[in-house]
Design a binder for this molecule. Sequence first.
Ligand code: SF4
Length: 374
Amino acid sequence: MHLYLHIPFCRQACHYCDFHFSTNISNKGRVVEAIAREMVLRKSYLPKADIETIYFGGGTPSMLSEQELEMLLDTIRRHFKVNSDAEITLEANPDDLDKNKLIQLQKAGINRLSIGIQSFHGPHLQFLNRVHSAEEAQQCVRMAQDAGISNISIDLIYAIPSETHEILQSDIQNAFALNVSHISAYCLTIEPQTAFGSWLKKKKIKPIDEEFAAQQFEILTRSLAENGYEQYEISNFAKSGQYSSHNSSYWKQRPYLGVGPSAHSYDGKSRQYNISNNAKYLQAIAEEIIPATIEQLSAADQTNEYLLTGLRTKWGVDRAKLQTLSLGTFQAAHQKELAAMIEKGWLVDQDGTLLLTQNGKLFADRIASDLFID
Ligand code: SF4
């Protein structure tokens, strides 16, 4: 089983971000206590099974104090059985990480860090409204490695307005110099409820140029492959098989419990979405109510989710499983489309497993949605 904890606080709002967080940290301690309480209330959400991965996401979990992190981990260990080799990831921003903090994280049991670097180019960091500098980002990765946390992932964003291929190449070289085990690289998307979304509406910035973004994706995937990073999911690259076990569990439709404001959970048949409001979350948990919306997944939902996430991975989607999930309707509904996509060189069928080609990866979401069932 897999456990996700959403820590909904950030120092400042990045201009592209539409995750749930608050920059008002006056009730951080109370929200952290409520997250611990929610875990206890929901410990039977999934059938009894050992915890294989724990993921502190957000928001900015590196804003947790030593006591808050220890209290959460202690609650997990008291109420769940955690595998001795469990992957325990904490998302961190470079400005929160100094030598002492890193030693503290390592001692608490964090064995994987996902560091939100985004870019090593100063003007881009300012444009994105990141708190840290490129130098801080480089220093904190080296300090984390010195503190004994060797499993480090960094996030990068490409196709930023004013990006050039030279800047991207320099970002990639900077990432290689840090010798991290994992890189997540995302194309900038402009979401309506963000600063960028409002600037786009006011024509202060231009929309992302799709052709330029495709060229950047091509540069990125080629450079990373040449340097030993395997693209095991469209936006995720790992050295020597050091995949994110936690994120892989989402892509493989494994059940997980998510706690905290805005966290999602999945039990194989339904999804639950916690309320994205810290005050309402606190109030509900104080009354021992889980403030979640429940969505029962139909056969079509399960088939379409499998297509959407599975096709993006190196494991692809299994045609027999598609038939089962769709109650026997997938094959008849999409025989022609599948043949056309294979003919175009977007998909290959490898012994009953559908896999995207490198060309197909450019249209992954469109290919998946064209194969959706009603
Ligand atoms: S990108 Fe991360 S640090 Fe920035 S606002 Fe979003 S959650 Fe917070």
